[in-house]
Design a protein around this ligand. Structure first.
Ligand code: AP5
Ligand code: ZN
Ligand code: ZN
Length: 213
């Protein structure tokens, strides 16, 4: 399966990805996670991306298209993939179609994590992540067994620099202006499945499984 997860910040893309990935043995490519790793390692890509990310704005299409183009060549991504956080502009969606056409492939399904903006602030400001694995927790909705510590590795959890109420405003603005048109782009191809992503995580997982079965 070739899947795209699309939705506003905090809508649950990163929470559902590992579950879908394991069930269908797909590779999981999250441009946000890849960019954060590049920023942390201070690579040339990370240096270019940091300013936009800190402000909650989108990184340039060329940079993210480059990352995805490279990642999709990996052997583990040939059978299928989950794209989490990409494409986020219509240009990115068109470039992805071109990349896949060359391989005679296409996107099978777009999962639209629809959530009202109003509930996202609490989700974002309560989030704690384990950077190495990308696992996310929430102080109220998905607390770790020991506060501030990853369940699997015992390593410390951190908060993302862009997870403040102020930066969330810019991220939401970018979503409505630049990313919602991507949902229309795929709606025209009749491959969008709308999820009730405001429901509890387990119920969202059940909806995803129903769509994919
Ligand atoms: P990115 O990392 O993609 O961030 P985002 O889109 O803002 O999405 P989030 O990771 O915040 O949300 P999520 O849906 O994964 O939520 P999660 O499951 O963790 O991008 C970051 C930045 O990188 C961008 O701003 C941009 O600068 C740049 N970038 C990335 N891709 C780009 C691209 N293609 N083009 C240009 N720039 C790009 O859940 C959130 C919290 O809620 C967690 O604490 C979780 O435990 C909790 N939770 C999850 N589901 C539920 C539920 N159902 N009920 C209650 N709580 C829940
Ligand atoms: Zn995420
Ligand atoms: Zn909107």
């Amino acid at each position: 399966k070739r899947l795209i997860l699309i939705g506003p910040p905090g809508s649950g893309k990163g929470t559902q990805s590992p579950i879908i990935k394991d069930e269908y043995c797909l590779c999981h490519l999250a441009t946000g996670d890849m960019l954060r790793a590049a920023v942390a390692a201070k690579t040339p890509l990370g240096v270019k991306a940091k300013e936009a990310m800190d402000k909650g704005e989108l990184v340039s299409d060329d940079l993210v298209v480059g990352i995805i183009d490279e990642a999709l060549q990996k052997p583990s991504c040939q059978k299928g993939f989950i794209l989490d956080g990409f494409p986020r502009t219509v240009v990115q969606a068109q470039k992805l179609d071109e990349m896949l056409e060359k391989k005679g492939a296409k996107v099978d399904k777009v999962l639209n994590f629809a959530v009202d903006d109003l509930i996202l602030e609490e989700r974002i400001t309560g989030r704690w992540i384990h950077p190495a694995s990308g696992r996310s927790y929430h102080t109220k909705f998905a607390p770790p067994k020991v506060p501030g510590v990853d369940d699997v590795t015992g390593e410390p959890l951190i908060q993302r620099k862009d997870d403040t109420a102020a930066v969330l405003k810019s991220r939401l603005e970018a979503f409505h202006k630049q990313t919602e048109p991507v949902i229309d782009y795929y709606s025209k191809k009749s491959i969008v499945a709308n999820l009730h992503a405001e429901k509890p995580p387990k119920e969202v997982t059940a909806e995803v499984q129903k769509v994919l079965s």
